[in-house]
Write a protein that binds this ligand. Sequence first.
Ligand code: C5P
Length: 205
Amino acid sequence: MIIAVDGPAASGKGTIARALARHYGLPHLDTGLLYRAVGISVMRAGGDPANPAHATAECGFSEALLVDPALKSEAAGRAASLVSSHPEVRAALIRRQQDFADQPGGAVLDGRDIGTVIAPHAHAKLFVTASAEVRAERRHRELAGMGLDTRLTAVLQDIRARDERDSSRSAAPLRQADDADLLDTSQMDIETAVQRAIALVEARI
Ligand code: C5P
């Protein structure tokens, strides 16, 4: 069974994907980490994430990098959003993601284009979203929890910029697959969202 979970930044898709993986006993891949790994590698090499050649040169990163805590930073998220707009980078990362999705027994993958590009054959597809304001508040709380002092308005601005970049790019833009179920978590706590996600998956399998 393949479960695809897509949606914008801080929508709750990562938490929901992890909970689904636990519930069904499936391996989980947060595909954002792959783009973050490329973004961080470009920055560490002194390159420019907006430059397709610099970004493509870093697509062969080692698996070990995926557990580097620096991948969680806002800087890595911004760099990921830039490198992910290059079609060459997306092409270089497709294979890893499809191999993960197609392993025997199935998998849960979360990202932006899982239901549309990586695993259009997924058995269940969720498009998880929430208003930009709610997502900014969640992200702001998360950053504060990490001891980072950021302004809510700055976080909201960043979320809006990322939404715009992810939705307007020509290569695999963020969009809901025609056969995906929409889950708007704006008014839900995480437990409710997870229960709702399980119910939606159950209805599809
Ligand atoms: O989900 P996360 O915030 O870790 O993703 C970082 C960036 O990577 C996103 O803003 C998006 O531009 C890109 N991404 C993507 N396709 C995916 C996962 C992430 O383009 N499947």
